[in-house]
Write a protein that binds this ligand. Structure first.
Ligand code: HEC
Length: 184
């Protein structure tokens, strides 16, 4: 469980007032921990200017984990993915995917944190849904492949957080403890 996602969730839960507040909080929560330590960045040298053969030489390799990189980023969920989620998905799915966004009453999105849904869902189908739409969910055909992949990872994290962060709120009619037996 990435620590940053826990704080991402907790912050989101604490500031339920408006989506705007939550979005701001999330942005802050995320950017504060994903900031790269300036010391890790190689210094530009005049030699880089003429380096046309291997332009990436000496540059930061963003595909690999590096110090100062947030856990979310290491797993392929960077600021672009978070911003895309907030802008395109949160209105229906809610900040953490519970299906409680401001437009949820109209569209009735599923609770993506539901362990049962997570278990049955297949990444390739989620990809298909994102590209083509499904039922009342619009298609997001314009999103680049990388973004779609990142969104799928994010959706998967939504499922994991529920078990570890808030076991109590995972209560659904199916898993609520049965009422105490009536005394005769
Ligand atoms: C206009 C509301 C709306 C928006 C915006 C929206 N969704 Fe959905 N989403 C839905 C609804 C409704 C469903 C249920 C579709 C169905 O099963 O008929 C759904 C289903 C899903 C599913 C489950 C798909 C499956 O195969 O069962 C995933 C994952 C998902 N959405 C992710 C996203 C992501 C990621 C975004 C942002 C890029 C997004 N949604 C934007 C309404 C929305």
């Amino acid at each position: 469980m990435p620590k940053s996602l826990i704080s991402f969730t907790q912050l989101a839960l604490r500031s339920r007032f408006t989506v705007a507040t939550t979005v701001v909080v999330l942005l802050l929560a995320n950017s504060s921990c994903s900031r790269t330590n300036p010391k890790d960045l190689p210094e530009w040298t005049p030699g880089d200017h003429a380096n046309v053969d291997k332009p990436a030489q000496g540059q930061v390799d963003t595909s690999k984990a590096r110090p100062g990189m947030s856990k979310l980023e290491q797993q392929g969920v960077n600021d672009v993915i978070l911003a895309t989620w907030k802008q395109n998905c949160v209105p229906c799915h809610g900040v953490i995917g519970r299906g409680d966004g401001p437009q949820a009453k109209v569209f009735h999105p599923p609770d993506l944190t539901n362990p049962q849904w997570q278990k049955n869902a297949i990444d390739s189908e989620i990809r298909f849904t994102l590209k083509k739409g499904k039922g009342r969910m619009p298609a997001f055909a314009h999103l680049p492949e990388q973004t779609v992949t990142g969104l799928i990872k994010l959706v998967r994290m939504l499922g994991r957080q529920q078990k570890t962060v808030e076991p109590k709120s995972a209560a659904t009619p199916e898993n609520l403890p049965s009422p105490a037996p009536k005394k005769p």
